[in-house]
Design a protein around this ligand. Structure first.
Ligand code: GRF
Length: 204
């Protein structure tokens, strides 16, 4: 059983790279059907091509509104036979039309321990708030901004000498471990949502 996975990106693509590495190592029971970017200059696209993956670019400014953009995204993902979606540094809030096309089958990774510090510059928000611990969260995507049911989290310390960069790097290391693991759980049907909570079913 291998699920067809599409990855959505906007930038440098280190999480995409971690997914590709796990997949190439035979640790991810998925078939990566394509990498979609909203940014034609994303380094993530180069990473995808270097590994022989199909890529596509859909620029939001070319569509009249968020709904039309979402419909284009759904059309493309469906044409690839997509079953599950991973947002890996995709910097846009997806229209509900996309969420409804893949109910409970879209994951996002966010560089904070949600529900703390959603949205942009999560590491800066954590530093400015003065928390002693931060981390990353993989969650199922719902219609809100970083609000969906939590799948996995990893914590890291926030050190007195941290800058946004050093904290981001410490969190990123955990992201690269956590995201392939969460994708594996979704791809193998081991996530069950009960209200806000995600139950991780035992391996069969
Ligand atoms: C990561 O910190 C991720 O948590 C956030 O955006 C960043 C993407 O980095 N959603 P990369 O493009 O995967 O290197």
């Amino acid at each position: 059983m291998t699920a067809n996975l599409a990855v959505l990106v906007s930038g440098r693509g280190t999480n995409l790279q971690a997914i590709i590495d796990a997949w190439e190592a035979g640790e991810l029971p998925v078939n990566i059907v394509g990498v979609l970017s909203d940014n034609p200059g994303a380094k993530a696209l180069e990473r995808a091509s270097a590994h022989g993956l199909r890529t596509a670019v859909l620029v939001a400014a070319s569509y009249p509104d968020r709904r039309a953009y979402g419909e284009a995204v759904v059309g493309l993902l469906e044409s690839w036979g997509t079953e599950i979606v991973a947002l890996a540094g995709f910097m846009r809030l997806l229209d509900p039309v996309v969420i409804r096309a893949f109910p409970g089958r879209i994951l996002n990774i966010h560089p904070s321990l949600l529900p703390a510090f959603p949205g942009l510059h999560a590491q800066r928000q954590a530093l400015e708030y003065g928390v002693r611990v931060s981390g990353c969260t993989v969650h199922l995507v719902d219609e809100g901004m970083d609000t969906g049911p939590i799948v996995l989290q990893a914590a890291v310390p926030v050190l007195p000498e941290d800058t946004e960069e050093t904290l981001a790097a410490r969190i990123l290391k955990e992201e690269h471990r956590l995201y392939p693991e969460a994708i594996r759980l979704l791809a193998t049907g081991r996530l069950k949502v009960e209200g806000r909570r995600v139950i991780i079913l035992p391996e069969r």
